[in-house]
Design a protein around this ligand. Structure first.
Ligand SMILES: C[S@@+](CC[C@H](N)C(=O)[O-])C[C@H]1O[C@@H](n2cnc3c(N)ncnc32)[C@H](O)[C@@H]1O
Length: 274
């Protein structure tokens, strides 16, 4: 078992906060020690001290992203937190389809911020197919971003273990996923028309964002939970600026904006409107 001295954990926490906004509280020390241990056993580094020295002195961006992967959690699923999709169906897709709300030039822009391996973004795309009749006459684009290299790679490939879609409605499964065969028998792939709506990019939420919006909808779910209050406040302010008036923000159901200084209006728990 790898032991992690408190001073080493503090060095790691400092790095993680500075670069990625992660708030590694003392409770995470055991988890970080375990993950570092598994990594170090397969690495050329003799111990934690040597690895930390490398990170401080000569690590490049890719090395730092390997380190980020050790600290972050990529848990996600298709149509996770169904209430957000129900809200979108009721308050976004249906009013759009009926002409009760409009967007300039029928442009619809959605951002899955911290998309992990992609199911959130593909769920949004599938939702558009399901709830916006005549989708081809709309200009729909979904941006999916995450910092993790490995997550982004999976999001781009759009290939998932079949068990990830086992609870989906059978009709959805048949319409939007291809079943693998041979060695890929236990895998499914998102169909091309759905993939075409989604653009996957690597992005650190703490950095400058190379796009201006405005977005109609932003899903930024289950990532703020890793940030401290100051970082969350700043992030929420930036998300607000990027939404069009009336635009929708969904955050994770275990997260809240209450206590943050923000002009967002609360529509239901974890759903906000600009
Ligand atoms: C638990 S997953 C959430 C995935 C998805 N939004 C959902 O709710 O199912 C959290 C994601 O946040 C990403 N993340 C953490 N810090 C980040 C940062 N500073 N910039 C971009 N992504 C970050 C992680 O790589 C991870 O994929």
């Amino acid at each position: 078992m790898t032991t992690l001295a408190t001073s080493q954990f503090e060095t790691i926490a400092e790095l993680a906060r500075e670069r990625w906004g992660l708030n590694l509280t003392d409770r995470k020390q055991g988890l970080v020690a375990n993950r570092l241990g598994s990594f170090l056993r397969k690495s050329p580094f003799a111990d934690v001290a040597e690895y930390l020295e490398h990170l401080k002195r000569d690590a490049d961006e890719e090395d730092m992203l390997v380190f980020f992967d050790l600290l972050s959690t990529n848990v996600t699923s298709f149509f996770r937190e169904r209430q957000h999709f129900d809200y979108l169906e009721r308050e976004f897709w249906t009013p759009l389809a009926r002409g009760n709300i409009t967007t300039p030039n029928r442009r619809i822009r959605i951002w899955s911020a911290a998309c992990s391996t992609g199911p959130e973004a593909y769920s949004l795309a599938i939702h558009a197919f399901e709830h916006l009749p005549d989708l081809g006459s709309w200009d729909v684009k979904i941006l999916a971003t995450d910092l993790s290299n490995s997550a982004i790679e999976t999001a781009r490939a759009a290939v998932y273990p079949r068990k990830m879609v086992k609870d989906l409605d059978r009709a959805l499964m048949n319409r939007y996923f291809l079943r693998g065969s041979g060695e890929q028998e236990d895998m499914v792939k998102v169909v091309e028309p759905v993939r075409e709506l989604v653009t996957v990019r690597r992005l650190n939420l703490m950095d400058a964002w190379p796009f201006r919006g405005p977005f109609d909808v932003i899903f930024c779910r289950n990532v703020m939970i890793y940030f401290d209050k100051q970082t969350r406040t700043r992030l929420v302010g930036r998300l607000y600026d990027l939404l069009r008036p009336g635009g929708i923000l969904a955050i994770g159901s275990a997260e809240t904006l209450s206590g943050l200084d923000t002009p967002f209006r609360t529509m239901q728990p974890s759903v906000y409107v600009k």
